[in-house]
Design a binder for this molecule. Structure first.
Ligand code: EPZ
Length: 417
C-alpha cells in the first residue's frame, strides 16, 4: 500500500490555488439525477470521491463525460436504475445523497448505506425522518435502505439534529414533490447554499438555504444547468493551518473569505497574521502562536473538520488549549497518533486539553480519517525527522494533488511504497 514520507523542519512559502468544495460536489453530482436535461458542473476537485460518484452514475445508465479535468457533463435522460451498486457505494461516505436524488426522480430508491466510520456512529435517522414525512415507506434489509412512495407530498420537517447531510438529502427529495416543504432547524453550511443554487438554476424553488428554515415549493420537472462549484473552505483551512504551523508565508487564491470567518477569527486570536484581499488571503505564521480554546459547532461555528488540524497547530502554542468537539462523538482518534509524535494531549470525553509548546518528532502514523490524515501531514512538516503516514487513501479521497501543492510550497513530501 502506498504511504506518504514527510520530512520535517521545512517552512512553507508561495501560492496555492484552492479547488472546488468536496462536500458540495458530492451532493451536486447526485442532484444532477433529478433532471432529464443536460447538466454541466465546473470547478470539480480531482479527488477519488468524485471519481467513485462518476462510476456510480455510469453504472446507473447515466451518460457522464469529463470535458476537462474539472468539468463534468451529465445527461441523466436515459437513467432507468434506482438501485445503487454496493461495491461502489461502500467506498463513498456521501453515497447517502443517492437516496434523496433517486427518490426525487423515481419515487423509489435502493442504496446500501455504509456503517459508522472513524468519526464514530454516522446515523441517517434524520434523513429517513424527512423522507417518511414526504410520503416514502422505508425498508432496511441486508444494509440496503429501500425507499418507495406512491407520491411525494411536501411536508414540514423539524430536524432533531443540525445535520448537513439530512438538510441536503431532504432538499433533493422535496424539489419535485407536490406542494411545499419546510425544513426547520436546517444546517446553514455554504455547501447547502451551493446545492440550493444549483437546483434553483435547474428551475427548483428553494428559499432560505443558508438559514435554519428552508422553504421548497415542488415543481414538476427540472431543466438544464451550468454550475461552478464553490471553493473548498476546509481545503483552504488546511493550507492556512499548514502555513501557520510551519511559520510560513502562503497566499491562497480562489477562496471565499466569508466562508472562512471562523477559521480566520481563531488564527488571528492566536496572533497569526491573516490578510484578506477579495478572493485571496495570505497567512503568515509566527514563532510563538497564542494558546486558545476551540469549540466545534455547525456553521458558522468552528468546523469540526478543522478540529484535528487545529490540534496540531495548538501543540506549538505556549500554554494549555482546550478543544471541545461538539459535532461528532469519537472524533479524537488522531490524538493517540499525535502523542506518539510527542504531543501532550489529554482527552476527557468530548474535550481534549493540549499542552504546548512541544517539539514534535517524526514517527510512523496511520490516517484514521480524511482530516486526521491531513493533520498528520502538517505534524510531519513541523516535526523533527521523518514521518511516514499509512492509509493515505483517506487523504486522496478529499484533497486534490496534496503532495504537488505542498511540494510547490517548499514541503518535502513524497509517496513511497
Ligand atoms: C458532513 O457530514 C460532511 N460530509 C462532514 O465532512 C462534516 O464533518 C459534517 O457534515 C459536519 O459538518 C459531507 O458533507 C460529505 P452531519 P454529515 O449530518 O452530513 C448527527 C469530511 O471530512 N446525525 O452534519 O454526515 C451526526 O452523527 C467530512 O469532509 C444524526 O444523529 O454530518 C453528527 O453527530 C467528515 N442523525 C451530527 O449529526 C442523522 O440523520 C452532524 O452530522 C444525521 C446526522
Amino acid at each position: 500500500m502506498p504511504r506518504l514520507l514527510v520530512t520535517g523542519g521545512c517552512s512553507l512559502a508561495g501560492t496555492v490555488k484552492i479547488s472546488g468544495a468536496k462536500n458540495s460536489a458530492v451532493a451536486i453530482i447526485p442532484a444532477a439525477l433529478l433532471t432529464e436535461a443536460p447538466v454541466r458542473i465546473e470547478n470539480l476537485p480531482e479527488i477519488d470521491d468524485i471519481q467513485v460518484l462518476v462510476d456510480i452514475l455510469t453504472y446507473l445508465g447515466v451518460r457522464v463525460v469529463w470535458e476537462t479535468p474539472s468539468t463534468l457533463f451529465i445527461d441523466a435522460s436515459k437513467l432507468t436504475k434506482w438501485q445503487a451498486p454496493y461495491d461502489l457505494v461502500k467506498k463513498l461516505r456521501a453515497s447517502y445523497y443517492l437516496l434523496g436524488a433517486l427518490l426525487g426522480r423515481f419515487q423509489k430508491a435502493e442504496v446500501p448505506v455504509p456503517g459508522g466510520c472513524d468519526l464514530g456512529p454516522r446515523p441517517i435517522d434524520q434523513h429517513i425522518k424527512g423522507f417518511v414525512s414526504l410520503g416514502a415507506k422505508v425498508d432496511t434489509e441486508h444494509g440496503i435502505v429501500k425507499l418507495e412512495a406512491d407520491r411525494l407530498v411536501g411536508a414540514e420537517v423539524y430536524l432533531d439534529v443540525v445535520s448537513v447531510g439530512a438538510t441536503i438529502n431532504i432538499m433533493l427529495a422535496a424539489v419535485r414533490a407536490e406542494g411545499r416543504t419546510v425544513i426547520e432547524n436546517a444546517a446553514k453550511e455554504p455547501e447547502i447554499v451551493d446545492v440550493a443554487n444549483f437546483l434553483n438554476a435547474m428551475g427548483a424553488k428553494i428559499r432560505g438555504a443558508g438559514t435554519d428554515v428552508i422553504r421548497i415549493t415542488g415543481v414538476k420537472e427540472l431543466g438544464p444547468v451550468n454550475h461552478c462549484v464553490i471553493p473548498d473552505r476546509i481545503e483552504a483551512g488546511t493550507y492556512m493551518i499548514a502555513a501557520a504551523a510551519a511559520q510560513g508565508n502562503v497566499l491562497l487564491t480562489d477562496v471565499i473569505p466569508k466562508h472562512l470567518d471562523p477559521i480566520i477569527a481563531k488564527l488571528r486570536e492566536m496572533n497569526i497574521t491573516v490578510d484578506v484581499q477579495d478572493d485571496q488571503l495570505r497567512v503568515i505564521g509566527v514563532e510563538q502562536p497564542q494558546a486558545v480554546d476551540i469549540k466545534t459547532f455547525p456553521y458558522p461555528g468552528f468546523p469540526t473538520d478543522m478540529q484535528s488540524l487545529a490540534m496540531v497547530l495548538l501543540t506549538q502554542a505556549e500554554g494549555s488549549s482546550i478543544i471541545t468537539e461538539n459535532v461528532f462523538e469519537g472524533r479524537f482518534k488522531h490524538v493517540d497518533e499525535l502523542k506518539r509524535m510527542g504531543a501532550r494531549i489529554k482527552v476527557e470525553g468530548r474535550t481534549a486539553i493540549v499542552d504546548g509548546r512541544t517539539l514534535l518528532t517524526g514517527a510512523p502514523v496511520r490516517a484514521t480519517d480524511l482530516r486526521a490524515g491531513a493533520a498528520f501531514i502538517i505534524a510531519g512538516l513541523i516535526a523533527q525527522g521523518e514521518t511516514i503516514i499509512s492509509d493515505i487513501g483517506h487523504i486522496y479521497r478529499g484533497y486534490e494533488r496534496v503532495c504537488e501543492k505542498l511540494t510547490a510550497l517548499g514541503a518535502k513530501i513524497v509517496e513511497i511504497e
